[in-house]
Design a protein around this ligand. Structure first.
Ligand SMILES: O=C(O)CCC(=O)C(=O)O
Ligand SMILES: [Fe+2]
Length: 284
């Protein structure tokens, strides 16, 4: 496979400036002998403004992000204060944990019941303006709970913060999503791409996102896995379990291997509750 030489980097810059699509850049790179997956990852990284793209080839997609120690004490069990979760799977690069018993069946049902009434079509952040927008990439409905908005939510917020080994006040309010059959969330990063003009507005409050916990509120009949395409990982949604992943280290580097998405739901529905943690205190 060709190396990502200075010439190729200049070529990426030039084509990006000319407004070429990622697909056309990837196909030109594949024609020149790059592996399709590698070319896709390089173009994505380049677009996300990752400095990793200038590193030597071996480090382009894996090597340059420095993995900090896990922020929580890890054994077979993980103490959430009022409930003990079980560690079902652990991956070091990217940093991913699958946890069981994060929420009880009753708690999952209560979150769903409270959310059902106030669901709205999900939005994403427009990269250039920072505005919220409805896009086809994200076919789900959602709602939010403000941080510690009542006793029940406060108990969950506190447990989740403890499981994530991160200060409660650095957390955004819990987000609930419901996907129907065919509903999906295409692969994306949870961090705000530093070079997108729209990111500044989001990073100004609480800094960058550093880690995510996606909790499954129901067991999905078929499909709906949380996928990490560049890491080759896939987590099946089971009620009360969760997937944790961390993508920003103490130096402010971002892990491109944290690319992830929600695969299409094939049967039944999928309900999740997501917590995003920031570098600093998030709320007022
Ligand atoms: O639906 C999933 O499994 C992933 C959700 C997700 O990526 C997110 O909420 O940021
Ligand atoms: Fe995500």
């Amino acid at each position: 496979m060709p190396e990502l030489t200075a010439e190729w980097q200049a070529w990426l810059t030039e084509n990006q400036q000319r407004g070429c699509s990622s697909e056309s850049m990837v196909s030109a790179m594949v024609q020149a002998g790059f592996d399709a997956l590698e070319a896709g990852a390089l173009v994505r990284l380049f677009r996300a403004g990752q400095s990793a793209v200038v590193a030597p080839p071996a480090a382009q997609t894996k090597g340059s992000y420095v993995y900090d120690a896990w922020p929580m004490p890890l054994g077979n069990r993980l103490d959430g204060g009022d409930r003990v979760a079980t560690v079902a799977m652990r991956c070091e690069q990217p940093q991913v944990l699958v946890l069981d018993d994060v929420l009880s069946t009753e708690e999952c049902a209560e979150v769903i019941a409270r959310s059902q009434a106030k669901l709205r079509r999900s939005t994403t952040v427009d990269p250039s303006s920072g505005a919220e927008q409805v896009i086809a990439q994200r076919s789900s409905e959602g709602t939010f709970f403000a941080l510690c908005e009542d006793e029940f939510i406060a108990r969950l917020d506190a447990r989740i913060a403890r499981l994530m080994g991160w200060p409660l006040e650095n957390g955004e309010g819990l987000q609930i999503l419901r996907y129907g059959v065919g509903g999906e969330y295409r692969p994306h990063f949870d961090y705000f791409p530093p070079d997108d003009p729209g990111s500044a507005k989001h990073i100004a409050q609480g800094g960058q996102r550093v880690a995510t916990l996606v909790i499954y509120l129901n067991t999905v009949a078929e499909g709906g896995a949380t996928i990490f395409p560049d890491a080759g990982l896939s987590v099946s949604p089971r009620q009360g379990s969760a997937v944790y992943f961390r993508y920003a280290n103490g130096q402010g580097q971002l892990d491109p291997l944290s690319l992830h998405g929600g695969a299409p739901v094939e049967a039944g529905e999928k309900w999740i509750m997501t917590k995003w943690m920031r570098e600093r205190r998030y709320g007022a």
